[in-house]
Every structure is written in structure tokens, then in C-alpha cells.
Ligand binder design. Sequence first.
Ligand code: PLP
Length: 455
Amino acid sequence: MASLEELTTGDLQALARRHLWMHFTNMGAYDEAHEVPIVVRGEGCHVYDQHGRRYFDGLSALFCVNVGHGRAELAQAGADQARELGFFTNWSSAHPTSIHLAARIASLAPGDLNRVFFTSGGSEAVESALKLCRQYHKLTGAPGRYKVISRRLAYHGTTMGALTATGIPAVRAPFEPLFPGSAHVANTNAYRPETGDPAEAIRERIEFEGPETVSCVILEPVQNSGGCLVPPEGYFQRVREICDEYGVLFISDEVICSWGRLGEWFGAQRYGYEPDIITTAKGLTSAYAPMGAVIASDRVFAPFADGHGAFAHGLTFGGHPVSAAVALANLDLLEGEGLNDHVRGNQGAFRAMLESLLEIPIVGDVRGAGYFMALELVRDKETKATFTAEECDWLLRDFLSPDLFRRGLICRADDRGDPVLQLSPPLIAGPGDFAEIEAALRPALEEASRRLDVG
Ligand code: PLP
């Protein structure tokens, strides 16, 4: 077979169609006339495809390339570590890089979240956290606690345990029956409120399930799926009180919302709460190497600290030295370049640009926080009427996704709830970049309004 360097663009297309199994992707949609998007290179906020076309990466790849593309410092850190110690495990041994990283994460995490269990990514972090909660309860005299409360539409990952927490019917249905014990509650969509008091909905659900059966509540600081759903004032404080009242552990799933995405190290810091456990991944390494983590409080770790029992769980690559070295270098960049401050300083301009699009008839709502924002698209702004399934399909998949891509903008068009466009640019983005995003978004949305005869 030809070497990678010898492969032409046509070869790559053919081989991708024949051999690569892309995630969450309808592989049958690609043929000679419909190319697989093949991205070959990145620099700053931009990536380039195999034809040399340049795109603004308005999604930080998948909410994860926080420091932007092409950062030589991260490549160097990985290479240096691979030369020194390419791999050793965190199973009954350790290596300096994961120790250093664990201590550094603990120093940045809220409250007494001082114990770090590394994973290879976000689903594994959630899976590990759910198992940790179950074993914690068994060790502390509450073996009947196994249920997980999460919010409708929330995405917490795809492994079978994490999938029980995920609240997206289309992602769950192909794999049912799932593990028992999942219970879903209202989310915090202020544009289309399901309930006046979404924290109370959690309390009611705990009561309904029987508190002695409930292990944990898992929530994102800002819920991705559904379109960047922000919490109402006081929501997380009330959830904290409820969890304490019922002896339920509180997991903050920050696979997206940490490492500056919301202008803080952790989303919990932005909203002023202390969970028992944080799950994280993605921006921890700015995705230059795969890595996730479960960060547990001293209280959660306590029953594992007496020298008798282990957390009966492990992953070969958890705490991989190359990923840990990249994460440390990534934290150096985030810290050295003041990217949390940068996001806090520029989030207003980002939001203002998006809010200026509210003058387009199809744009019904702008929401989110930091560099994690969504536009909800509606048929009628006055009534908030949404589109039919066919219109939605046309709008997101047939029109906006390809049109925005053609205009050089990568973002997410999603209808796991109501139809939204999501933007989550690298944290280095500033006002010039927002103008570039607008230059693609505005004409595409105006054209969509015209074609759907909205307004
Ligand atoms: N949890 C949340 C909140 C996520 O957004 C994601 C992925 O987007 C996951 C978990 C799963 O992470 P991964 O895709 O790294 O397994």
C-alpha cells in the first residue's frame, strides 16, 4: 500500500469511504459527489482541508482545542516526554508527570477536590465517576444507592454507564435496554422553560425514586445538548443543598465547561458551587493528546484512604505520560497567556456579535456563557414556534451545515432539542475573529430565512 505521503486527495477520499468508520456519521451519505471533509492542518483559530481551503474553527474541533491549533509548545512537550518515558501505568505505580499534573489540577479545582483519577477521555471520566459513586456508597453503608439523576437531552457520553445518564432518546434507543437506574429531570432552558423550578424537579425526583436508592446527580454547568442551556440564578446552590439533604453525590460534568471555556478553570467556579466530583477531558490537553479525569473531593476519597480497599477500576492509558506532559504544557499556555481573563474580557463582545443576529427573522434566542454559545432558530419569533421535522432537516443538514462550511465556518448545527447553531471558538479568539464568524453566519441565516419564508 502507498505511504501516507504518496496518497492523493482522491486516494484519501476513496480509502475513507472504504475503511474509516466515522463516529456518529451516516457513512452512506458519502460518495463520489459528496466528499468526506478531510482536515489536514491547523493554525490558531483556523484549519485547512486537503484542498487547501481555510476554515474558521468555530467549534474548537469538538469544544476542545482551547489554546488553538498548531501550538508547537504542546507538540514539543509530548515529544520530550515520549523520549524520556513513552509509557508507564498508573496501576499500582506512578510517574512524575501524572503526579505533577494531579497536584496541579487539585490546586486549580474548587474546594477540597484534591484527588485526581485519570482516564482517556470524557465518557470514561463519566463512567468512572458513576462507578466511583456506587463504590463510595457501598463502602459508606448505603449499598442500595445506584440510581443516577441527570437532565433530559444532556449528553454525558456513549459508554454504557455514561449512556444511562445521557438523556438523548436517539442516542440511547439503539442500545436499549440500558443499565437500570437512570432518571431524567427538567433542564434549564429559559427560552422554553419546562418547569418554574428545575432544582426542585431534582428534589422531587429523588423523593419519587426513593432517596435510599439514589447514588448521584450529574449536571453540566452549561448544558451543551439543547443549545448551551445556562442555569438560573441560585440553581446549583439549591442542587448542592438538595444533594446534601439526601446524601446524594453531586457530579459536575465539565468535559466541555472547564479549562477556560467559561472563562474560569472550572464551570463550578463560574457559578459558585462545590460539587463532590468533577469530570473533565477535552480542553485539559486542548485535545493535542487524549486525556480525561475524575476529580474527587477529600470526602469522596476518604473511604478509599484507609489502606484496605481500592477503587476497583482502572484504564491502561489513564494518566498516560505523554498526555500528562501535554496537559501540563497546555496549562502553562492557558495560565501564561491569561486565557481565562481573555475569555472573561471578550465574552461580552462575542455575545454582542451573536445578539446582533437577532434582527434576522429566523434567530429566536441567543444563549450560553463564555466562549460557549448557541443561537436557537425559530419559524416565528413572536410565538417561538419551531420548525417541522422536515423543515429542520432541510435547514440544518441540507442548507446551513454545507452553506456555512462553504463560507469557511465550522460550527455545529444541532437538533437534539430544538434547532440550534453552536459556537465554541478557541479561547485565543478576539473581536477580529468574531467579525469573521459573523461574516459567514449573517448571510447564511438571512438566506435561510428567505428560503423558508420566515419574517
Ligand atoms: N460529558 C460531556 C458533558 C460531553 O460534552 C462529552 C462529549 O462531548 C462527554 C461527556 C463524552 O466525552 P468523550 O467524547 O471524550 O468520550
